[in-house]
Design a protein around this ligand. Structure first.
Ligand code: AMP
Ligand code: MG
Length: 402
């Protein structure tokens, strides 16, 4: 039995590499960037106007006021997308719209609201802020600047930047395929009618959702009865996936076959048993170049141990630079009395009240129980050998949904 951190490090030391591919931008949401993006241009690409107004020479208008307006002659009008043709000289103004290129000769823009049109001439009523009403070429991004780094999760901000820079088919990581196999002779599919002594396989579907959230591509391998050759056949039918997750049979019962499977397939065992509850019975090894993680069949154990052990591994394989848990110190909401010699992760609900992050343990925390998973958005860590924990005490939590 080893510490969670040691088990995680062993898995991280053996992660398989992930292929890359180019995808059109619109298919990139939720993908991980597999290249650094260096800008080949300045942004803005030219000096432009941030508002609708008149491009002028500041020296002409500096003393303008409503009582003593400056009179200028309009020489041109430039909408966004057009290029000015005329140079602004002293006494002249170019009407300019938001986003249009500042004409040569102009060094200020007076907003339309600060002007009037009198006898065919433009009257400038104030010089206020006019000199700063110019967005300079390259003020946000300069040519050769590294704008995005490999390992970035592509969300709206990244997509906007990639589009702006003309990166229309960036290199991204392939989502790691994760085979999910439920083992247990008692298992039925969700679509099966109930039978005596049987239950439906819920682990596969919880893990499917968890794999997706971790950035993996889940492949349901179905469920299989507790029989060594059936399990081997099912796993072997989908060879070379980077990760295999199984549930059930990871303990020492008469029909727990996972350890025998590791021996039979000569899979070197990275660890056997992790000092956490739920989910203590777990085996992991490297099967050819794939990681095989055999979790307990208890639904809570399968889900929690996947979250603390396998999720970061899948995030790392997927190329994410921020693959670690999102952790926070939280204040316990309520009292937690139950003691245990083992470190625990319990389903909890975190929320913010008056600027403080709280977490409330959810009821129905039994190993075979699932109802708490519905409301859970955090795993609250209860240290080993805990004494009763008072309301408001500070604990650590892994935040599952932000
Ligand atoms: P095991 O880890 O095989 O000893 O299973 C522990 C408990 O989890 C037993 O009560 C099983 O019936 C239950 N269980 C195992 N696999 C699943 C599954 N895929 N879905 C729901 N419950 C399961
Ligand atoms: Mg079993």
């Amino acid at each position: 039995m080893i510490l969670l951190e040691d088990a995680l490090n062993l898995l991280l030391d053996h992660i398989p590499s992930c292929n890359t591919l180019r995808l059109p931008l619109e298919k990139c949401v939720g993908r991980v960037l597999a290249e650094d993006i260096t800008s080949t241009m300045d942004f803005p690409p030219f000096n432009r106007s941030p508002l609708d107004g008149y491009a002028v020479q500041i020296a002409d208008i500096i003393h303008s006021s409503p009582e003593h307006p400056t009179r200028l002659t309009q020489i041109e009008a430039v909408p966004a997308g057009s290029v000015p043709c005329k140079i602004v000289s002293s006494g002249q103004a170019t009407r300019i719209m938001t986003g249009a290129k500042i004409p040569e000769g102009a060094d200020a823009v007076v907003r339309l609201e600060d002007t009037s049109f009198v006898n065919g001439q433009i009257e400038i009523l104030t010089a206020d802020k006019a000199a700063t009403n110019i967005c300079s070429q390259g003020e946000e991004i300069s040519i050769n600047e590294k704008v995005l780094t490999k390992g970035t999760l592509l969300e709206e901000g990244a997509l906007g930047l990639l589009a702006m820079l003309g990166c229309h088919n960036p290199l991204v990581f392939d989502k790691p395929k994760v085979g999910i196999l439920a083992t247990g002779s008692e298992l039925l599919s969700p679509s099966d009618a109930m039978e005596p002594g049987k239950i439906r396989d819920s682990n596969s579907y919880m893990l499917l959702a968890q794999v997706l959230k971790a950035g993996g591509d889940p492949i349901l391998l179905g469920h299989v009865k507790d029989d060594l050759s059936s399990i081997i056949n099912k796993l072997s039918a989908q060879p070379d996936l980077p990760v295999y997750i199984t549930t059930g049979g990871a303990s020492v019962g008469d029909y727990d076959f996972m350890e025998r499977l590791f021996h039979e397939l000569k899979i070197p065992i990275l660890f056997k048993g992790v000092a956490i509850k739920p989910g203590m019975p777990v085996l992991a090894g490297v099967w050819n170049h794939s990681l095989l993680i055999a979790l307990s069949g208890n639904p809570a154990a399968s889900s929690v141990s996947f979250e603390v052990l396998a999720s970061p591994v899948i995030r790392k394989i997927s190329g994410l630079s921020q693959w670690k848990y999102k952790k926070s110190t939280v204040k316990l909401c309520g009292v937690f009395k139950k003691s245990s010699p083992t470190r625990r992760f319990i389903w909890a609900h975190w929320f913010i009240k008056e600027g403080t992050v709280f977490a409330e343990p959810l009821s129905y925390q039994g190993n075979g129980m699932l109802k708490s998973a519905l409301k859970s958005n955090a795993l609250l860590e209860i240290p080993a050998h805990n004494l009763p924990i008072e309301d408001g005490a500070e604990l650590e939590a892994i935040l599952l949904h932000l």
